[in-house]
Design a protein around this ligand. Structure first.
Ligand code: CP
Ligand code: NVA
Length: 313
């Protein structure tokens, strides 16, 4: 390693200044990808990807991204590794980090990824935990910036903006709060009763970065971006039926989009359930940028992996 060991465990693991750099770098990396230009900054480096939960986007974006950077990947799941046979996470971290240069983990509790990182010799990236999904929010912010035009400073167009969060107070919601707290925008949160966000999890410095609304329509009023996520996150499947009842009024539909700003964007980290958290009309409509959002996972994560291993280029 040529610089200090740095992990990406939650959105607050990086500073606003580092995000500004990463968004500019991701824009360059994306441009080169589109032009079929080689960008092999991580030649001969290996990324270990550990999945304790299912994934499509996270797997493809990290795996394709690492190959495009000239590196290679090792893919592990709970079922096909000793993690599923109770090898301690600390021991797994010590071993895996002796053979690879970088680790991405998707797991349950944040405590697990924290323990892994504490025992790892190489940078660890959060590919989703019960509490946070920072790579997704990085991609979402980059997508918003792209759609609003890269200003003089990439973070400028986020300041003072309103993001409406409609749905579960989950890992995505917690991470939006962390981003708002750091980057100077406001999240209007509307969740059914019993599924509220817990600001203590996000560890906010300033609680003014979010406002709570009982009515999701009110949360969407004047919003620059409306976003939602599945009613039942991975790991909470036993609550599915109860959640379907509780969340019935938290479907982002064209009426909700109509009270947001006329140029408001719609985002969803995917996978989506049309007719539950979002209507088909909205997710497949002109304000939706969900496919850009998914693609941008790869571009921002390439910038992130490069940064954690090499620092600023
Ligand atoms: N948005 C997201 O993380 O998707 P996957 O679960 O498919 O990785
Ligand atoms: N909140 C969802 C996001 C999936 C990408 C989950 O944790 O299952």
């Amino acid at each position: 390693m040529t610089h200090a060991l740095k992990h990406y465990l939650q959105f607050t693991s990086l500073t606003a200044d580092e995000y500004a750099y990463l968004f500019q770098r991701a824009a360059l990396i994306k441009k080169k990808f589109k032009a079929y230009e080689k960008h092999h900054t991580l030649a001969d480096r290996t990324l270990a990807m550990i999945f304790e939960k299912a994934s499509t986007r996270t797997r493809v974006s990290f795996e394709a991204g690492m190959y495009q950077l000239g590196g290679s990947v090792v893919h592990l799941t709970t079922g096909d590794s000793q993690l599923g046979r109770s090898e301690p996470i600390e021991d797994s971290a010590k071993v895996i980090s002796r053979m690879t240069d970088l680790v991405m983990i998707r797991t349950y509790g944040q405590d697990k990824i924290n323990s892994f990182a504490a025992n790892s010799r190489v940078p660890v990236i959060n590919g989703l935990t019960n509490e946070f999904h920072p790579c997704q929010i990085m991609a979402d912010l980059f997508t918003f910036i792209e759609h609003r035009g890269l200003a003089v400073h990439p973070l400028e167009c986020l300041q003072g903006k309103v993001v409406a969060w409609v749905g579960d107070g989950n890992n995505m919601a917690n991470t939006w709060l962390q981003a708002a707290d750091m980057l100077g925008f406001t999240v209007h949160v509307s969740t059914p009763s019993g599924y509220e966000v817990n600001p203590a999890i996000a560890g906010l410095r300033n609680n003014d970065c979010y406002k709570v609304f009982d009515n999701p329509m009110q949360a969407c009023e004047g919003a620059d971006l409306v976003t939602t996520d599945v009613w039942t996150s991975m790991g909470f499947e036993a609550e599915n039926e109860a959640r379907k009842k509780a969340f019935a009024d938290w479907c982002v539909d064209s009426e909700m989009m109509a009270v947001a700003k006329p140029n408001a964007l719609f985002m969803h980290c995917l996978p989506a359930h049309r007719g539950e958290e979002v209507s088909a009309e909205v997710i497949d409509g002109p304000q939706s940028v969900v496919w850009d959002e998914a693609e941008n996972r790869m571009h921002v994560q390439k910038a992130l992996m490069e940064y954690l291993l090499l620092g600023r280029q």
